[in-house]
Design a protein around this ligand. Sequence first.
Ligand code: GDP
Ligand code: MG
Ligand code: ZN
Length: 358
Amino acid sequence: MINLNKMGWNESFNDQFKPYKEQGLSVGRVLKEVRQQYSLYTEEGLLSGDVSGHFHFTAVDRSDYPTVGDWVVFRRCGDYAQIEQVLPRTSAFSRNSSGKEMQEQVVVANIDYLCIICGLDGGRNFNLRSIERFIAMAVEGGARPVIVLNKADLCSDRELAMLQAGSVAEDIPIHMVSAVTGEGVDEFSISFEKGSTLAFSGQSGVGKSSLINCLLGRETLKTRGLRESDLRGRHTTTHKELFFLASGAMVIDTPGMRELQLWGSRASLDKTYSEIHEAAKRCRFRDCTHQNEPGCAVRELLMDGSLEVERYENYSDMRAELSFIESKVNDKKRQQRKAQEKALSKLIRRSQKNNKRK
Ligand SMILES: Nc1nc2c(ncn2[C@@H]2O[C@H](COP(=O)(O)OP(=O)(O)O)[C@@H](O)[C@H]2O)c(=O)[nH]1
Ligand SMILES: [Mg+2]
Ligand SMILES: [Zn+2]
């Protein structure tokens, strides 16, 4: 029997699972997902499976479906797992799905740390504004952000890189590593507790898969050579997958994304931009957008130079994006509520008619 605790199983998952256990169902963690086919790690080893017909029927949103990192309840049919439930997530890293419709896409679930991987190869793989977006999404989803500056071997001024990274991230750990020379990788790996789950995120080409290979000490993941012309790595990771590290932690590789499409609410910016959040309390208007209102304390920070213009602009852009998402999500909820009310009143009318007939 495999001990689930090594995979991050805990008391609270156990409590959630109890009623299902009594019905003779089993539980496992999703290690891999390829087109809705799931690999599960269970007490009895690896199983593959997919969601049951009942699951499809009751799922409302894409985010209801299992994703890598999820704990799922399943019915065992021989060597096959029929997934019936996703246990409530303790955290999630989500983005806005790339489709037309605004929808939450849960990239990975139940992660303790979101590692924001950057590449110090002099290109656009080290971008403070992009780091800010990832930090906001880590906070939004309930994971602790960690900054990883990879390709240290290519960096001519490490001190400067550390300073720059530190400027966007108070109190966030920063690691300087190289997946090629292996330096910094051990220190990085031992900084996470046994049984904790990390997710690697960041643009494609920053070295996520290389770093995981380095951590695993073998060539498990495919990586590909750089195109000399633009320093960008080619996109080779096509699915998410969870790996076990010798240190006892787990790490999930994710396909890179050119730009992180935000998901969540404006509140997720408060921790990322704590100095703006603090100043905003002193703005004259409570709903100040910090654009051109009189008595705006945030713009005062800008004027006296204590808030960088780029940082402020990134904040404003993200705030606008998140406001838009919030309003769309509210619209959707309102529509759903309306539909429910309509169905309910129809039901009531019908029963009143029936009563009259009696
Ligand atoms: N010089 C150097 N190259 C690296 C390092 N890490 C990754 N690379 C290279 O960067 C490219 C992209 O790496 P990959 O792991 O596929 O990036 P991913 O898209 O984030 O998974 C590959 O050519 C790697 O060999 C590093 O620490 N130093
Ligand atoms: Mg990759
Ligand atoms: Zn203001």
